[in-house]
Design a protein around this ligand. Sequence first.
Ligand code: BG6
Length: 598
Amino acid sequence: MCGIFGYIGPKKNAAQLVLNGLKKLEYRGYDSWGIALKVQGSRFKVQSPLLVEKHTGKIGEVHLSSTFYRLPSNFALGHTRWATHGGVTDVNAHPHLDCSGKIAIIHNGIIENYDVIKKRLIKLHHRFVSETDSEVAAHLIEEYYKKFSFLEAVRHAFNQFEGLNAIIAMNGVLNEFVAAKTGSPLVVGLGKNENFLASDAPALLSHTQQVHFLEDGEIVKVTPSKIELFDSKTGKRKMLKTQTLSWKIEEAEKGKYPHFMIKEIMEQPKVLQGITQNALSQIPDLAKIIKSAYGTYMIGCGTASYAALSGIYLFSRIAKRHVNFAVASEFGYALDFLTPKSLVIAFSQSGETIDIIESVGKAKNKGAKILAVVNVLGSTLYRMADYKILLGAGPEKCVLSTKTFTAKLAALVLLAQALNGDLGQGKKSLEKAAQEVENIFKPNSLLRIKKLANKIVNQQHIYIIGRGQSYPVALEAALKIKEVSYIHAEGFAAGELKHGVIALIEKGTPCLVFAPNDETYGAALSGAMEMKARGGFIIGVSFKPHEVFDYYIPVSDCSDASSIPNVVVAQLLGYYLCLKKGHDPDKPRNLAKSVTVK
Ligand code: BG6
């Protein structure tokens, strides 16, 4: 959930390196941030070896001018926070120091038994300054450090914590990091006589391509020249498994775009073409695995759950195959029936969302096989899975998921057509969809969506309907609008309109209707007419105009892949509504890119 970046090495601008690293990770949490650094050189007489600077708010425009960043240092650790325990204050921001000021820690996750540990430490005269669960880590390590080496002190402390956590401890005297994790992601970056720690690989791209993704139950000691890996339970030494990152730096930058959101929206045609070319190789084998499964379950969280839901329509219509759908955060409470013949297809951009990691863990305990559809190589879900589809959409940094949603739909179309024995048709539909998305990006089409945003920006409520495979599109469209404009948008199955929601329609209420050229067209229009009869302002997203539409957005028919250009219209509408409201599309309030706490 939070962003973590650490540096140790010969360079004397560690504070600047860490600040830049945190800026690249802000999508992981941006309510407050902080950096601890070890000041070098005798000229700087400081009480404790570590200096800490913490602030509420976004790092965003923090400039490297202030003294703190000009202090010579070759050892620094930083954190951007998404608050769980304790309000958004400077004191609750990380890093946290122990009583001696020689140990600094940053934490990601929730220490579920922190209150018991805290009471024990207060009895041992430790002084706490924050309201966080995290601070207990600094003091518990300090307590064990009285008896053990720093590595062992962190290991013993970490093994006390209940819940899913990642901890990095910095020893300002020994000049070493010790980091450990269960659940929350941690990556070690291997440099020449310098090393890095981060919560997400893209932040390391400008420094190294060589990384080790920490597994659950691993603890690592990092100095400028050495990285030593151990098992956190037994303390036994382990081998590093380094991997080479495939992403390029510029892929993780905004380039010519003002926001990651619009950059990633505009990248979709290229991503779809890439999937159509690259994914073909493994799809037929995966189709065989799906065919041989005895019960297939598609799960995901947030936007990824709507991709999973789209799967049941695509597989039914194209492959005449029944698959089940569940929201991943609930699946864990309703999977007792799974067997070793079951297949769980888990959708996740980051591969780190804790609710899906936990459900997949429970499914694996039942012997079920896992097919992960993820965008991040080496992510926890990627490593847990028996079979993998790497979406290849490139880094997705905007908190809202856009290009990886359509990439998941593309993978589903190819899988369904492979099951149907007509992969060629799937490829054709995706090429058509990629072309139609290009058409939507044409100036007059963008202007049409912008004008619509101007028209409805002051509305309190927007209702969005769809039938069949347009139902998950309606849900995703509403989510995109909610996430960035903070307007209450509600998507629902058009058939449910008359069973309640229509009571909310009044004069001028914006009602967006997805009416693609499929078996749902007629019924979708009936829903539009019922809303219009109650005064609704009907926005039609369809392959042809219709008199019921007060505002029409043309999207050509792309047969199986029509959901892709349809949802791109909603992504753009969300973006323009957000700009019109003056919000930051890349860092919407209260959200974070991947949720690693329950
Ligand atoms: C939320 C993101 O935190 O997690 C959403 O803001 C995303 O955009 C959801 O859809 C699920 O994330 P993931 O990485 O599992 O697809």
